[in-house]
Design a protein around this ligand. Structure first.
Ligand code: SAM
Length: 280
């Protein structure tokens, strides 16, 4: 692999605007009690600022050369560790044990590589019980999809399945020129605060996830047809199910609130064994 393609594959667009770096770190609101985990520290544009504020900092970087460089520059800071690790596979459940004290927050900060930002975000949301807040720089379009409310084309499974567990807000827009080399797209900082409990009752979470993904799987279709196709139930059954939940079967998934998805999940065509058909 050439150096340039290696950098591209790892999404290495380094932040070169010190003012924006400071604003990102301010959004995280770190205190000396907090454990901060930085994903993809790169050349350290955020790392040194985070190290000044956090009680402990763990930086996860997949590029060996960058890890070596950062380790050398951060060697004098005993509360900072740079680890060679892939953020898609890191075991986030180990984080609470690394906190400076049992009351400490775990705050994830990262200017994420765009090609893998969605799997990393999904992994972090899945590991939410180990995390308090996340301040993630993403492709603007992805950040907007996560924070979108019902009624628009950006609202989808990523919005529902993140907002089920987190408050989500767009905290800062960043133009391509803030990075070296500049990416082809705009970026934005997404601020997620993990909720103490899911925003709405979900019952069986696996089933809720399958329901939401099926509803948005064919988003141009009516809900009845999207659910029938995605879950393998008949259109008649899907229509009866939606009617029982008080939801017009002719609506599209993008118009449903989290409360309506929750209600829909609590109704459904049951098999004789009590399990929902098409949900297994
Ligand atoms: N934080 C630095 C900054 O703002 O200048 C670098 C950001 S750069 C967009 C993304 C960084 O994530 C790069 O350093 C890249 O090597 C690293 N990276 C890419 N894939 C990764 C992965 N799967 N796990 C951890 N780090 C990764």
């Amino acid at each position: 692999m050439t150096t340039a393609s290696h950098r591209r594959a790892l999404g290495q667009h380094f932040l070169r605007d010190a003012g924006i770096a400071r604003r990102i770190v301010e959004i995280a609101g770190l205190t000396p009690q907090d454990l901060c985990v930085e994903i993809g520290p790169g050349e350290g544009a955020l790392t040194f600022l985070l190290a000044e504020r956090a009680g402990r900092l763990l930086a996860l970087e997949v590029d060996e050369k960058l890890v070596e460089g950062l380790c050398a520059r951060l060697a004098s800071l005993a509360h900072v560790e740079v680890r060679l690790a892939d953020a898609r596979r890191f075991d986030y459940s180990t984080l609470p044990a690394l906190r400076p004290s049992p009351e400490s927050r775990v705050v994830i900060v990262g200017n994420l590589p765009y090609s893998v930002s969605k799997p990393i975000l999904e992994r972090l949301v899945a590991a939410r019980t180990a995390v308090s807040e996340m301040v993630l720089t993403l492709q603007k379009e992805v950040a907007e999809r996560v924070a979108a409310g019902p009624g628009g084309k950006r609202y989808g499974a990523l919005s529902v399945l993140t907002q089920l567990y987190c408050d989500a807000r767009l905290a800062l827009a960043i133009p391509p020129g803030a990075f070296r080399p500049p990416p082809k797209v705009d970026s934005a900082v997404l601020h997620l605060r993990v909720l103490a409990a899911p925003r709405v009752p979900v019952g069986d979470e696996g089933r809720f996830h399958r329901l939401v993904k099926a509803a948005f799987g064919q988003r141009r279709k009516t809900l009845a047809n999207a659910l029938a196709g995605g879950l393998g139930v008949s259109a008649v059954t899907a229509r009866q199910w939606l009617a029982a939940a008080g939801i017009d079967p002719g609506r599209r998934a993008e118009t449903l609130s989290l409360e309506e998805f929750s209600r829909l999940n609590s109704f459904g065509p049951l098999n004789p064994d009590g399990k929902m058909r098409g949900f297994e």
